[in-house]
Design a protein around this ligand. Structure first.
Ligand code: F6P
Length: 365
């Protein structure tokens, strides 16, 4: 196959950097190291059982569990190690934090420390691994606090507690029928497809834009009895279709891999909700702010979409813990704005009137 005229990720980053003559190149090197980790993970995912990487990660007395209390898959642990080994030596980072590590990762003493922080979910949607459904990696780049840069001290969890507006870059890799890297460095969103023969990401989806309107929504409806009234109202109105207040039919999807849902929404619009609910009072939402909601939020907003807690813009939220959970709504701008409006309005809405919960409900026997 001839080399196409498409830019590689490296070319793209160099061309972006030319617009900032003072830039050192550290940032580009960091993104390329992240991309390398994603390529390595893509390879392991592609080999699957051939490489013996499916199934739960064994631990003393059974299966290992991460700080979230979730069962760790072998590939969760392998992917976390790949992120670390691709990124710990280059001198660009002051530290890392991941879904799979209770505490921040310190750059080992033998390597130089840099000015960035890398936060990641090494394998999102990992419950889908064993059934061969798309999974992905999510990452976010922050600047380390100035005193960390000046002193080179060890990082602590509070160094990462920066609102999403402070992200310098964010993106994800999707390990689907093709492997894609979708990246924002704050100047729009670009999608790169891995050429597996060449081992390079090539720019295939420049300047991705999320359509502002949609007729497709994604939510785990098995949680409907725990939803708050504005979410019930929104979903009911979608389900009511042409004859309801929205006057149009909606389609529903739930892959249970947020990265795959985010990608579908970037490609053709839609809205994703994993809202705050009443299922477990100790968990105000399912998804994690720093390495799921914020990076996907930045990608959405940079592509003209919107990301929210349901009530307020996601990227403005001041984090209070490294592994903080939060309600997350993102996607087509006008739909997310509508959901925010429903949260802001006084609630005349009654569950009993809901097509979800009335006699002919979808969710009743
Ligand atoms: O851990 C995150 C995640 O796997 C997301 O990728 C996905 O959207 C969600 O959890 C699925 O959750 P549930 O199993 O409750 O539908």
């Amino acid at each position: 196959m001839p080399l196409s005229k498409r830019s590689t990720l490296t070319q793209f980053l160099i061309e972006e950097r030319r617009r900032f003559p003072g830039a050192s190149g550290d940032f580009n090197a960091l993104i390329l190291d992240v991309a390398l980790a994603c390529k390595a993970i893509a390879r392991s995912v592609a080999y699957g059982e051939l490489a013996g990487v499916l199934g739960n990660h064994p631990a003393e007395g059974g299966t290992s569990v991460n700080v979230q209390g979730e069962t760790q898959k072998k590939l969760d642990v392998i992917s976390n190690d790949m992120f670390i080994s691709a990124n710990n030596w280059g001198g660009h980072l002051a530290g890392m934090a991941s879904e799979e590590m209770d505490d921040p990762y310190q750059i080992p003493g033998q390597y130089p420390r840099g000015k960035y922080l890398l936060v990641f979910d090494p394998l999102d949607g990992s419950s889908n691994i064993d059934v061969n459904v798309s999974v992905g990696s999510i990452f976010s780049v922050l600047r380390a606090p100035q005193d960390v840069i000046d002193s080179g001290r060890d990082i602590v969890a509070s160094d990462f507690l920066q609102p999403g507006t402070r992200q310098l870059a964010a993106g994800y890799a999707l390990y689907g029928p093709t492997t894609m890297l979708v990246l924002t460095v704050g100047t729009g969103v670009n999608g790169f497809t891995l050429d597996p023969g060449l081992g390079e990401f090539k720019l295939t989806h420049p300047n991705i834009q999320v359509p502002p309107d949609t007729q497709e929504f994604a939510i785990n409806a098995s949680n409907s009895r725990f939803w708050e009234a504005p979410v019930k109202r929104y979903v009911d109105e979608c389900l009511a279709g042409k004859t309801g207040p929205r006057g149009k039919d909606f389609n529903m999807r739930w892959i249970a891999s947020m990265v795959a849902e985010a990608h579908r929404i970037l490609m053709r619009g839609g809205v994703f909700m994993y809202p705050r609910d009443t299922k477990d009072a100790s968990k105000p939402g399912r998804l994690r702010l720093l390495y799921e909601a914020n990076p996907i939020g930045m990608v959405m907003e940079q592509a003209g979409g919107r990301a929210s807690t349901g009530s307020v813009p996601m990227l403005g939220v001041q984090p209070n813990a490294l592994h903080q959970r939060i309600g997350l709504v993102f996607g087509s701008k006008h739909e997310v704005e509508r959901i925010e409006r429903y949260h802001a309005e006084p609630q005349p809405y009654k569950d009993e009137a809901s097509p979800l919960f009335n006699e002919r409900s979808l969710f009743r026997d």
